[in-house]
Design a protein around this ligand. Structure first.
Ligand SMILES: C[S@@+](CC[C@H](N)C(=O)[O-])C[C@H]1O[C@@H](n2cnc3c(N)ncnc32)[C@H](O)[C@@H]1O
Length: 980
């Protein structure tokens, strides 16, 4: 049989460089495709670019050439290659390719064409979201098919891929393509520069639209799309300013309000005062400035106002104000009410708000000022409210002026509805609503004006789409879920963590203050994102559709790369409704089909969400939700698998710490007969915690290159599969260890390589003929990778003498540091380490169970907790010999109590070999604990003490970096003989 051609991704990948660029990607600021519109869990562009590139080119088959291509892939993955295309990315002397970004891209496109029969390969991404994968495919010269179920994502995809590709090119080129019958729609008016642009160009800076640079007509000819987005953005801004500026007046001294700070209130059940719900009084808490609110209570009339104190006048503890998790103290009568009362008050419509202070920028002076004298501000605010009422009274649209669609029920992530904020419009105050609804109607007006001056209707739709996407930045930044962060000091918009928690003291922003929340800034960012995208998309075609990934049918494609939903991490339908309700109002008539549903589709969405209404009648909602996710993944992978042409790669990206999430992903892949051939843990998650994950942090996402499996794959017995799997896992893990992959990421990085062996068999059987399931497979992978990890952490040790409880402790600490684990995860770890879970959480043992928000968590005990609770800690009992970890902790505890004699006796009772083993263990453990940790301090103290030194004089007090990274340590070498 002919040898199958191997793609580069199946042999090598520049992991370190791509990880480094990917880590920085989310922080690069504008211009960047991600600034077009918020989407959650976007993949970093460098990782997408490098993965697609290496999946589409052949491995050259020799080290020298491979090395050269890898350098080019690494350099092309950098941002410099894109932003400074005429500069050499990395000179050859520094290990780089010595090529400029432009040369690298040219070579990549050429190489991809050569390896794919001279035709641009076609890429499919059925879970395309914010479009990172298809965008990079376009850059590399592929044709793309991008789809997503969510209409907000589809609009972002159109704005990222389709419109720049179609209308972001020179006008003359568009006209020529139309003449050749290659397109039906062109920018401008019949392909000409529209009259309004000519007028604006003539008017110059003094005209209606203040373009300040370049020749406007020339700019239009070169890129009509970006120019129109800028023109119509300015058109709206000018009108909005005329209508709204009076509601945001400057102070008489010229200072500009940046933010109005509010506190929510409920009536006190005892004295009737409106009780401010304030989490903290701080306004500014930086090295250079300190300012805080201080309450002023008029007990007679039961009224609470505020003053601002600054610098040394700030006293007490402003970090604690009136409210903690909803429990609130009344400043008037000192009555404390429980969160439940606040919730009920909110649900009965009694949640109000008072303005507490105004944040100001003063011309000519640096830093922010704060004032609490607010009567004038309240008058202005009330006027804005009356204006909104008048608009509502006069409004006769099909949809309500202010969104009244209900919020979803998902109390762990969106808890505002527990306090009566139960529709999307209630997340804004009256002036914020006046601002957003004014822009909404201006977008509709702008679109009608575009049609009335005879802009092509398809093109006008594209321009209106960008205006609406830009507008969404305003509710995102400026709602009653916007927090004032005194460290900065600066506002922080909603939905940062894919959740909408209740914000008690919120910041309302001035849309003309020139900083976050500024409307001109929103449109400027949009404009530069459009320009950037137009330069990125190349010449090949992009098609964008709204589709359920289970039903992607059509011709075969040359590659699939996709990033499916991560189990329970993000409920896209729920969070995107925040924007959807506004998009329906601004461009609903422009997209009558796409935006026809009241809210984004939930039923077809693939997510593990127990709150979904779909499972309302199920007895076991968790199983039902999980099953729905498994089925959804399996069906979409199967459907995707039918589209990949034989021999092509299907790339799948996944990130999660929960074994259940991995099990469902793998079940889906196996059902679709997709076998992982190579997998690369790319450091893309920047230590973030995706919502829904346990406490453990994950830094990598795993990028798997799969191929459709052979039709009649053989069955195999687990013994044989394990024999084949072990060296593969070991080889890959040692490689990843060398690349700095650690902790939770290390276990996860073993899954792909193991699957490449396991997945090749139609069934894997135990000796009794029963089938080894995916969960058993994951347990095996964990056990194997734990073994490799322990070898690395306890360097040179005979792991035979390291008992299961000690293994559990070390592996936990190394993988998750001190983070508590969900019980399921702790049990999964036990399966890998061989520890008995009951022994792990038995009274007095290394960990303790705790309940937190209906979750069972397991936490590691500290040395002091254990020492104080158990005076026989570390002593053997007839029932169980003491684990090594108990003995180490006892010794450290005694050292902490300064009980030198007792410590010496304890040491003598253990014998020299065991004592030396404690030292190696201590060094491994302190390497896993953060600075300042009490256990670390105690163990380091013990390691540096004379009692330890006399056992092994060469040992340093603190483990060196080299020791932690794996230099051999004495101690365990002779431990195999065991005397303790
Ligand atoms: C992890 S995100 C993709 C992110 C994307 N790669 C990016 O960089 O922005 C997963 C996507 O799957 C989409 N999705 C969920 N269920 C779907 C379904 N049944 N069909 C198609 N897309 C779905 C979500 O809307 C979400 O955009």
């Amino acid at each position: 049989m002919a040898e199958r051609r191997r793609r580069l991704i199946e042999v090598a990948f520049p992991l370190e460089e791509v990880s480094e660029y990917s880590r920085k990607d989310p922080y690069l600021g504008s211009p960047h495709p991600q600034t077009l519109h918020r989407w959650w869990a976007r993949r970093p562009l460098p990782a997408c670019r490098a993965f697609i590139y290496t999946s589409l080119v052949d491995d050259p088959g020799n080290d020298k050439e491979r090395e050269e291509i890898l350098k080019e892939v690494a350099d092309l993955a950098s941002w410099d290659a894109v932003r400074k295309p005429d500069q050499v990315v990395r000179p050859r002397e520094k290990g780089g390719s010595g090529l400029t970004g432009r040369q690298l891209l040219e070579r990549a496109r050429q190489r991809i064409l050569e390896c794919n029969g001279g035709k641009p390969p076609r890429l499919l991404d059925p879970f395309a979201g914010g479009g990172a994968i298809p965008l990079e495919a376009l850059r590399l010269g592929c044709e793309v098919e991008a789809s997503d179920l969510n209409p907000v994502a589809v609009l972002i995809l159109k704005g990222t891929l389709e419109y720049p590709q179609k209308y972001g090119r020179p006008l003359a080129e568009q006209v020529e393509q139309k003449r050749q019958g290659k397109r039906d729609s062109v920018a401008g008016v019949d392909g000409e520069v529209p009259e309004y642009i000519r007028e604006a160009a003539q008017a110059g800076n003094g005209g209606q639209v203040s373009f300040t640079e370049g020749d406007l007509i020339e700019a239009y000819r070169k890129n009509p799309l970006a120019t129109d987005v800028r023109y119509w953005g300015n058109w709206m801004l000018e009108r909005a300013r005329e209508e709204l500026a009076e509601y945001y007046p400057p102070d008489p001294d010229g200072s500009v309000p940046v933010a109005y700070l509010w506190s929510r209130t409920v009536p006190c059940p005892n004295c009737g005062a409106e009780m401010p719900l304030i989490r903290q009084y701080w306004l500014a808490r930086t090295d250079k400035s300190k300012a805080a609110l201080t309450p002023v209570v008029d007990h007679e009339v039961k009224r609470i106002d505020f003053d601002v104190v600054e610098g040394s006048a700030v006293t007490g503890d402003p970090a604690h104000a009136t409210t903690s998790r909803g429990d609130t103290a009344c400043l008037s009568c000192n009555q404390v009410v429980k969160a439940e009362y606040v919730r009920h008050a909110g649900q009965r419509g009694k949640l109000n708000a008072i303005m507490t202070a105004v944040v100001l920028d003063t011309p000519g002076s640096r830093g922010k000022r704060y004032r609490a004298d607010i009567p004038g501000d309240m008058e202005t605010f009330d006027r804005a409210g009356r204006r909104l009422d008048a608009l509502q009274a006069a409004y006769d649209g099909d949809l309500s002026l202010v969104p009244d669609e209900p919020l979803p029920y998902d109390p762990q992530k969106i808890n505002v509805q527990l306090y009566g904020l139960d529709d999307w419009g209630k997340l804004f105050n009256a002036r914020q609503l006046l601002l957003i609804t004014t822009f909404v109607s201006l977008i509709r007006e702008a679109h009608s004006s575009m049609l009335s001056v005879r802009l092509d209707s398809g093109y006008a739709r594209a321009v209106a789409t960008y205006l609406a996407l830009a507008l969404d930045r305003i509710p995102g930044e400026n709602s009653t879920c916007t927090r004032w962060n005194p460290v900065g000091p600066k506002p922080q918009g909603a939905l940062g963590l894919q959740a909408l928690p209740m914000i008690w003291d919120y910041a309302e922003l001035n849309p003309w203050a020139g900083s976050v929340g500024d409307v001109a800034r929103a449109f400027a960012i949009e404009h530069s994102a459009v320009e950037f995208l137009c330069e990125s998309v190349g010449d090949t075609r992009a098609s964008v559709t709204q589709l359920d990934a289970r039903s992607v049918t059509g011709e075969s494609v040359d590659i699939v790369v996709t990033d499916p939903p991560y189990y329970d991490s993000v409920n896209y339908a729920y969070v995107s409704d925040f924007f959807y309700v506004w998009l329906k109002r601004s461009i609903g008539t422009v997209y009558p089909d796409l935006l026809s549903l009241p809210l984004t589709p939930r039923k077809e969405q693939i997510v593990m969400s127990v709150h979904s209404d779909e499972y309302a009648d199920e007895v076991d909602r968790v199983s039902a939700a999980r099953q729905a996710y498994v089925d959804g993944m399996a069906k979409s992978f199967t459907s995707m698998g039918t589209r990949v042409r034989p021999g092509a790669i299907a790339g799948v990206v996944f990130a999660h710490t929960d074994p259940n999430a991995w099990a469902t992903l793998i079940e889906g892949l196996l059902q679709a007969n997709l076998v992982s051939d190579a997998s690369w843990p790319i450091d893309t998650e920047i230590g973030t915690k995706l919502a829904g994950m346990s406490q453990a942090k994950l830094k990598t996402s795993v990028w798997m290159a799969c191929r459709p499996g052979e039709e009649a794959a053989a069955e195999a017995f687990i013994g044989d599969v394990l024999e084949e799997m072990r060296p593969v896992i070991r080889e890959r893990l040692l490689y990843f260890w060398g690349k700095g992959i650690r902790g939770a990421d290390f276990f996860i990085s073993a899954i792909g390589p193991a699957l490449s062996v396991f997945g090749r068999h139609s069934r894997v059987l135990r000796p009794d003929g029963s089938e080894v399931g995916v969960r058993d497979f994951l347990d095996l992978v964990r056990r194997e990778s734990t073994e490799v990890a322990l070898e690395q952490v306890l360097v040179g040790a005979d792991l035979g003498i390291v008992d299961p409880i000690t293994r559990q402790f070390v592996t936990w600490l190394w993988s998750y540091s001190r983070a508590p684990l969900e019980a399921g995860e702790a049990i999964a770890l036990c399966l890998a380490t061989g520890a008995d879970y009951h022994e792990v959480v038995r009274p007095g043992s290394i960990a303790v169970e705790a309940k937190e928000k209906s979750k069972k968590l397991v936490k590691l005990r500290t040395i002091r907790e254990r020492g104080q609770q158990d005076e026989r800690l570390g002593e053997d009992s007839p029932a169980r010999p003491a684990p090594l970890i108990d003995q180490l902790q006892r010794a450290a505890y005694l050292w902490g109590l300064n009980k030198a004699d007792e410590l010496a006796r304890f040491r003598a009772s253990l014998g020299e070999t065991r004592w030396a083993a404690l030292r190696t263990l201590g060094q491994a453990i302190t390497g896993c604990l953060p600075d300042g940790d009490d256990d670390r301090r105690l163990i380091n103290g013990l390691l540096g003490s004379s009692v330890m030194a006399s056992a092994a004089p060469k040992v340093a007090a603190r483990p060196t970096k080299a020791a932690r990274a794996g230099a051999p340590l004495p101690g365990f070498e002779e431990a195999g003989q065991g005397d303790g």
